[in-house]
Design a binder for this molecule. Structure first.
Ligand code: HEM
Ligand code: HEM
Length: 178
C-alpha cells in the first residue's frame, strides 16, 4: 500500500488521518451533546475538559492534514459535471468547518476567561478579564458551525453510501482497503 496519494488512490497516511479525524469529530459531537444535558458539577467539568482537550487535538490534526495534502495531492472525487462540483464543494465545506469548530471553541473559552487545560500537560491561560463580545461571537460561530457540520456530514456519508451501493464505484474502497 502506498504511503502517499496518487491521482486515483488515497495513500496510507491520508486514510489514517481521515478515519482518525472522523472518529475524533464524532466523539467531540457526542461528548458535547451529552455534556450540555448535565447539571453543573464534577462530571460536567470533566467532560468539558475532555471536549476541549480533544478539540485542540482536532485543530492540530487539521493543520497536519492540510500540510500533508499540500505535499501529496488529494485524488479527484469519482464523477463528473455537477456531481464533481458538489463533491469538491462538500469537501471544502468540511475543511472550513474542521477549522471553524476548534478555533471558535478555543476563542469562546479563552475570551470567557476560562483556561484550556490540555490533559494536565499544559495550560493556555484564559483572558484576565472576560470579553463578553468576543465570547458571544465565538459561541454563536461554534453553535451554528456545529449545525452546518451535521448537515454537511449527513450529505457526505449519504454520498459515500450512494457511490458504494448505487453507483457501485471505488469511492469507499479507495478510502479503506484498496
Ligand atoms: C464516518 C463516516 C464517514 C464516511 C463513511 C466517509 C467517507 C469518505 C470517503 C469514501 C471519502 C473519499 C471520497 C473521494 O474519493 O473523493 C471521504 C473523503 C473525505 N472525507 Fe469523509 N467520511 C466520513 C467521515 C468524515 C468526517 C467526520 C469528516 C470531517 C468532518 C470527513 C471529511 C472528508 C474530507 C475532507 C474528504 C476529502 C478527502 C480529504 O481531503 O481527506 N469525512 N470520506
Ligand atoms: C472539531 C472540533 C470541535 C467540535 C466538532 C466541537 C463540537 C461541539 C458541539 C457540537 C457543541 C454543542 C453545540 C454548542 O453548544 O455550541 C460544542 C460545545 C462546546 N464546545 Fe466544542 N467542538 C470542537 C472543539 C472545541 C474546542 C477546541 C473547544 C475549547 C477549547 C470547545 C469548547 C466547547 C464549549 C465550551 C462548548 C459548550 C458551549 C455551551 O454549552 O455554551 N470545542 N462543541
Amino acid at each position: 500500500m502506498n504511503v502517499k496519494n496518487n491521482s486515483t488512490q488515497f495513500g496510507l497516511v491520508s486514510k489514517l488521518i481521515h478515519w482518525l479525524m472522523a472518529a475524533l469529530i464524532i466523539a467531540l459531537v457526542a461528548i458535547a451533546l451529552y455534556m450540555d444535558t448535565l447539571p453543573r458539577g464534577a462530571e460536567k467539568s470533566e467532560l468539558f475538559s475532555l471536549h476541549k482537550g480533544l478539540g485542540v487535538i482536532a485543530l492540530a490534526s487539521i493543520f497536519l492534514r492540510i500540510i500533508w495534502h499540500r505535499i501529496t495531492k488529494v485524488p479527484s472525487p469519482i464523477g463528473e459535471g455537477i456531481k464533481l462540483k458538489m463533491a469538491h464543494a462538500g469537501h471544502l465545506a468540511l475543511y472550513l468547518l474542521m477549522l471553524a469548530m476548534p478555533i471558535s471553541g478555543m476563542i469562546m473559552s479563552l475570551a470567557g476567561g476560562h483556561a484550556i487545560n490540555f490533559f494536565d500537560l499544559f495550560t493556555i491561560a484564559g483572558f484576565a478579564e472576560k470579553n463578553e463580545w468576543l465570547n458571544g461571537i465565538a459561541s454563536e460561530v461554534h453553535y451554528y458551525a456545529a449545525q452546518a457540520l451535521y448537515v454537511t456530514l449527513a450529505a457526505h456519508v449519504g454520498a459515500a453510501l450512494y457511490h458504494h451501493f448505487l453507483l457501485k464505484d471505488d469511492t469507499i474502497k479507495r478510502m479503506t482497503s484498496k
